[in-house]
Write a protein that binds this ligand. Structure first.
Ligand code: NAD
Ligand code: UGA
Length: 472
């Protein structure tokens, strides 16, 4: 059933938070619902300026397919603004899509989610909204956060013209992956809506029904929806830690992780996705969402459950460290004044996001060991790398690395190349030609399994590949 047929008049949507989720998600809603006006608001002035820029290189988020939607919808039914008050006042439905990082201080430090941005959003909604507003949790949140939001909404100065304001709170977590966000949003495996009020659930559901088949729109209670999001990320991350743990066994035994992945992935019960061993999972969410789950389990007195999930994060950290140590060992146990080319800084291909990227820890480890890095990434800007390579004492390590725009120049006089992100252009490198520029004995460390070993003359180049025990 379409929005219009069930006579629910959502005419204006506001999204608080113009980040990696808010921007692309609202762009896809605007594209598929031309009769709804979608306003995305943010406290960050520069971010909104960049969302409104005609220089599409400046858009705060790089996602394949995003620019086309922005070109078609911005200024028609999609708007980016800092006028949080004015936009909230007119909205029928408000998505909260703000950041929910791990707390860095206070109770639950290092594990619990910091909900200060969610709380301030809820307070803004309570203050400025009109008489009846549907509030949608889009951010990933601990179970029962909807209760907190509802009590904030209902406790603020919540009447308008003497009439009490009314709020419905729904959970609608986002499952998009960066790099494929537009594809995931246009064709999701499922849309999850948690809520008890049929009117509000239907209002949100009817928006998605404009382009998502109805059988893919799942309805649950609010707590199941909140928990399903955390669980989904925990399961995905757990698969990566599992396969990365087996890659270490492959290297020790002569097995090959690609063959093992193919063999186990052919079992329909296991499935073939998320079985690529790499440098360890990164991204803004896996670690924080698992730690959030760990915190919840501890809070509810379930230490065994907490320990089980914390193991996924422990293994990931160990795995990244294992790679740094291995590189050092292969280069005769010292990296002092050795030049290492780093290919890829983003946490995965097709995104400019570096949050929790394995590259950050591995680059810091290599610099710590005395290496000088020449870094290439097609989308990550130098300013971002400067921020990421601050050390704990906030001293810039920028004398120890350089960023290059051309892949070729990173190879000059390098002792080793470390591939950390699976950008397609790295698969097409002519290794024979590159090796001429490198100091001998030269090494390639391929943590993403993108190098075709047949194309390497191992007389000129030493080669290590993740989980490839046949090379040892
Ligand atoms: P982000 O940091 O890219 O964007 C959040 C934005 O919210 C920022 O621009 C910030 O300035 C803004 N903001 C914070 N408080 C505000 C306020 N009171 N008023 C207006 N704007 C405010 O974060 P993100 O990656 O988009 O993630 C948002 C949420 O979605 C998180 O809970 C995350 O776990 C979840 N999520 C992220 C992804 C992803 O791929 N990045 C995928 C699914 C779910
Ligand atoms: C992940 C989930 O896939 C999304 O469903 C979820 O919405 C999102 O987190 C979120 O909540 O933020 P994302 O972090 O964008 O999406 O990217 P993934 O494709 O899941 O990759 C995460 C990390 O795992 C990357 O560092 C990637 O390189 C690594 N990875 C992924 C592997 O090492 N091997 C694999 O087989 C798959």
């Amino acid at each position: 059933m379409k929005n219009s047929e069930i006579n629910i008049k959502i005419k204006r949507i506001c999204c608080i938070g113009a980040g990696y989720v808010g921007g692309p998600t609202m762009a896809v809603i605007a594209k598929n619902c031309p009769n709804i006006r979608v306003d995305v608001v943010d406290i960050n002035l520069d971010k909104i300026k960049n969302w409104n820029s005609d220089n599409y290189e400046l858009l705060p988020v790089f996602e394949p397919g995003l620019v086309d939607i922005i070109k078609n919808c911005r200024g028609k039914n999609l708007f980016f603004s800092n006028d949080i008050k004015g936009i909230i006042q007119k909205a029928d439905m408000i998505f909260i899509s703000v950041n929910t990082p791990t707390k860095t201080k206070g109770f639950g430090k290092g594990k619990a989610s910091d909900l200060k941005w969610v709380e301030s959003s809820a307070r803004q909604v309570a203050k400025y909204s009109k008489d009846h507003t549907i509030v949608v949790e889009k951010s990933t949140l601990p179970v029962r956060t909807a209760e907190v939001i509802k009590s904030i909404l209902e406790s603020e100065n919540n009447s308008i013209n003497g009439k009490s304001k009314k709020f419905d709170v729904l959970s609608n977590p986002e499952f998009l992956s960066e790099g494929t966000a537009i594809r995931d949003l246009e064709n999701p495996d499922r849309v999850l809506i948690g809520g008890d009020n049929d009117y509000a659930v239907q209002a949100l559901s009817s928006i998605y029904q404009e382009w998502v088949p109805i059988d893919k729109i799942l309805h649950t209670n609010v707590w199941s929806s909140e928990l399903a999001k955390l669980t989904s990320n925990a399961f995905l991350a757990q698969r990566i830690s599992s396969i990365n743990s087996i890659s270490a066994i492959c290297e020790a035994t002569g097995a090959d992780i690609r063959e093992v992945s193919r063999a186990i992935g052919s079992d329909k019960r296991i499935g073939s996705k998320f079985l690529d061993s790499g440098p360890g999972f990164g991204g803004s969410c896996f670690k924080k969402d698992i730690l959030n789950l760990v915190y919840l389990a501890e809070y509810f007195g379930l230490p065994e459950v907490a320990d089980f999930w914390e193991g996924v994060v422990r293994l990931n950290k160990w795995h990244q460290n294992r790679i740094s140590q291995l590189i050092t060992r292969k280069l005769f146990g010292t990296l002092a004044d050795k030049k290492i080319a780093i290919l890829g800084f983003a946490f995965k291909a097709n995104t400019n996001d570096t949050r929790e990227s394995a590259a950050i820890q591995i680059c810091k480890d290599l610099i710590e060991e005395g290496a000088i890095l020449s870094i290439h990434d097609p989308k990550v800007k130098k300013a971002q790398i400067i921020k990421d390579l601050h050390n704990e004492n906030k001293i810039l390590l920028n004398t120890k690395w350089e960023k290059f725009d051309e892949i070729e120049t990173t190879f000059k006089d390098a002792d080793a190349v470390v591939i950390l992100t699976e950008w397609e252009e790295y698969s097409n490198i002519d290794w024979e030609e590159m090796s001429i520029m490198m100091r001998k004995p030269a090494w390639i460390f391929d943590t993403r399994s993108i190098v075709d070993i047949k194309k390497i003359n191992t007389k000129n180049l030493n080669f290590w590949q993740i989980g490839n025990g046949t090379l040892s």
